[in-house]
Each structure stands twice: as structure tokens, then as C-alpha cells.
Design a protein around this ligand. Structure first.
Ligand code: C2E
Ligand code: MG
Ligand code: MG
Ligand code: MG
Length: 286
């Protein structure tokens, strides 16, 4: 197209040709822009948490997942799928992760004071945050400041299969230290990564979350239906709780109920909500 200028750039020292267009160069620019602005996001109070309710088989709210939101005056709202990886690459995730934990813990405590009682509260933990040498101390310090035993036992940390790239002995030891405080672990986006069954069995997990790409394809793809049934059977044999994420339709819910899924989360019930809206939603269903 005429409005998309195409350039050819000779890669240095090679004769391969690297093509890019304006759209691509804008993307590179905005990546740098995001990175720059992300440095100020915390200090400027631009990061908030939203909470997506989770439901049991009877349709009661039994939990919530905390999801980070970033609203910047220049960029507008930036998806965590975009800024979390940048925060990981730059190391900002340690500071950002601390803020997310602190805000999450404080919210869990406020909920109890307000009579909002959940069985579980999930917080996403990125790998770079998890493997940071000060992670356990950071969590233990925040636990002491904000939580007690009852509330600690509601906490679930969501990790991903990217953990298989890490030193498994160290991963297990970090998990076990945190489990001493009552914190549980969930494998997020299950089925999209590379973890083997034997690996999965060695980790002290309490829950797995079936990735929403499988749930979303339930009505279309026979292969994905089999995948979901297999994951559900496996989780039940391993005595793991199982959450289906991205439940959007009654048909998907019916299927998951039929195959013994325990916990459900998705737009069928509710999008992630700011705290006041979550509270109102909870009360309206109680
Ligand atoms: P995730 O942890 O797998 O979170 C689920 C994502 O699916 C969320 O996207 C949620 O809004 C979305 N979702 C939930 N139900 C539905 C549904 O029915 N349909 C569709 N289409 N989507 C649904 P979100 O909030 O944009 O977050 C994207 C990812 O960013 C998260 O995936 C997680 O990997 C990461 N993330 C978000 N918040 C945090 C955080 O505080 N810390 C870390 N480390 N990562 C985070
Ligand atoms: Mg998650
Ligand atoms: Mg997920
Ligand atoms: Mg994810």
C-alpha cells in the first residue's frame, strides 16, 4: 500500500535483507515509550488491581484473581499482556510485583473487614519475580505486615509452565518455604507450555488452571475437547483443584460441569472488576 512505506535494510556484515514497514517501526517506538513510561507508573499511581470472581459448581463466588491494570495519561490503558513482559525484561517486575502483592494483601484484609469472605485469592507471579533472590523475604515481610494465618491460607500464587526452564530443586524449595506460611500454588495457562507430567508431579501444586484457549475452543474442536477432558481427569487423579479460565458461554460451562471441573472463571459470569464494583457484585449475589 502507498501509505505504508517499505524500507530495505541491509543487515550489517551479512547479505540477508531485513524488511520492515512503518507499522513495525511504530511498534518498536511504542515498546520503548512503554518502557520509559512504565518507570514512572508506580510513583504516579497509574497501576491498579482489578479482581475477577471465581465460582464453584453451585455458582457461588468462592474466590478472585487479581489482575494488574495500567492507565497512563499518554498511552491510555495498556494491557498487562503487553507491560508485564516489558517489566520482566527490564527488571521492573520486582518493584511492580512487590506493589501488586502489597495491594493484593491489603485488599484481602479489607474484604474480611467488610464481610466479604472468599476461600481463595489468586495473585499472578512472574518467573523473574519468583526467582529473584529476595522474593521469599519480600513475601514473608508483607505477610507479617498485612495478613494473619487465616488470610494466608486463602492466598494462591499463580505461576506458569515457564518455570520448567528454571532449576527445579530451587523452585521446589522456594515453593515449600512459602507453603509453610500457608500459601498455595496454581499452575496458570495449563496446557500451553512445555511441562512434562513427571515435572508437574514433582512440584507442590494445589491447583491448575486450564488455559482459556482450550475452554474457548470447546464448542469447535474435538481435539481440544479431548485435551480438556484429559486435563480434568489428570487433575482429579493428582487431587489438584482445577479452574477453567475464560468461560464465556453456558455450553462451555455445561461441558466443564459434566467432566468434573471444580472452579469457573470468565466473562460468562464477570469481567475483572475494580474493587468497589467487585464488592457490589459480590453483595448482589450473596
Ligand atoms: P492470566 O493470568 O491467564 O489471566 C487471565 C486473563 O484472561 C486476564 O487477562 C483476564 O482478563 C482474561 N479473561 C478472563 N476471563 C476471560 C474470558 O471469559 N474471555 C476472555 N477473552 N478473556 C478472559 P488480562 O487481565 O489482560 O491479563 C493478561 C495476562 O497478564 C494474565 O493472564 C497474566 O499472565 C498477566 N498478568 C495480569 N496481571 C498480572 C500481575 O499482577 N502480575 C503478573 N506477573 N502478571 C499479570
Ligand atoms: Mg492468572
Ligand atoms: Mg491464565
Ligand atoms: Mg497468562
Amino acid at each position: 500500500e502507498a501509505d505504508i512505506a517499505m524500507y530495505e535494510v541491509k543487515a550489517k556484515g551479512r547479505d540477508g535483507v531485513f524488511m520492515f514497514n512503518e507499522e513495525m517501526s511504530n511498534r518498536v517506538e511504542s515498546h520503548l515509550e512503554i518502557e520509559r513510561l512504565l518507570h514512572f507508573a508506580l510513583a504516579n499511581n497509574e497501576i491498579t488491581l482489578h479482581f475477577q470472581p471465581q465460582f464453584d459448581r453451585e455458582g457461588r463466588i468462592i474466590g478472585a484473581e487479581s489482575l494488574a491494570r495500567w492507565n497512563n495519561p499518554t498511552l491510555g490503558s495498556v494491557s498487562p499482556a503487553q507491560f508485564i513482559p516489558i517489566a520482566e525484561q527490564t527488571g521492573l517486575i520486582v518493584e511492580l510485583g512487590h506493589y501488586i502483592l502489597e495491594t493484593g494483601f491489603r485488599t484481602l484484609r479489607e474484604w474480611r473487614d467488610e464481610g466479604i469472605c472468599l476461600d481463595q485469592f489468586s495473585i499472578n507471579i512472574s518467573m523473574r519475580q519468583f526467582t529473584h533472590h529476595a522474593f521469599v523475604e519480600q513475601v514473608e515481610d508483607l505477610v507479617q505486615r498485612y495478613l494473619d494465618e487465616e488470610l494466608c491460607h486463602k492466598l494462591i500464587f499463580e505461576i506458569t509452565e515457564s518455570i520448567v526452564a528454571e532449576d527445579i530443586k530451587r523452585v521446589i524449595s522456594v515453593m515449600n518455604r512459602l507453603k509453610e506460611s500457608g500459601i498455595r500454588f496454581s499452575m496458570d495457562d495449563f496446557g500451553t507450555g512445555y511441562s512434562s507430567l513427571s515435572y508437574l508431579n514433582r512440584l507442590p501444586l494445589d491447583e491448575i488452571k486450564i488455559d482459556r484457549s482450550f475452554v474457548g475452543a470447546l464448542d469447535q474442536k474435538e481435539g481440544d475437547r479431548m485435551m480438556v477432558v484429559t486435563i480434568l481427569n489428570m487433575a482429579n487423579i493428582l487431587k489438584l483443584n482445577i479452574v477453567a479460565e475464560g468461560v464465556e458461554t453456558a455450553e462451555q460451562l455445561d461441558f466443564l460441569l459434566r467432566y468434573d471441573c471444580h472452579i469457573f472463571q470468565g466473562y460468562y459470569y464477570s469481567k475483572p472488576l475494580p474493587k468497589e464494583q467487585f464488592d457490589a457484585y459480590y453483595r448482589s449475589r450473596a
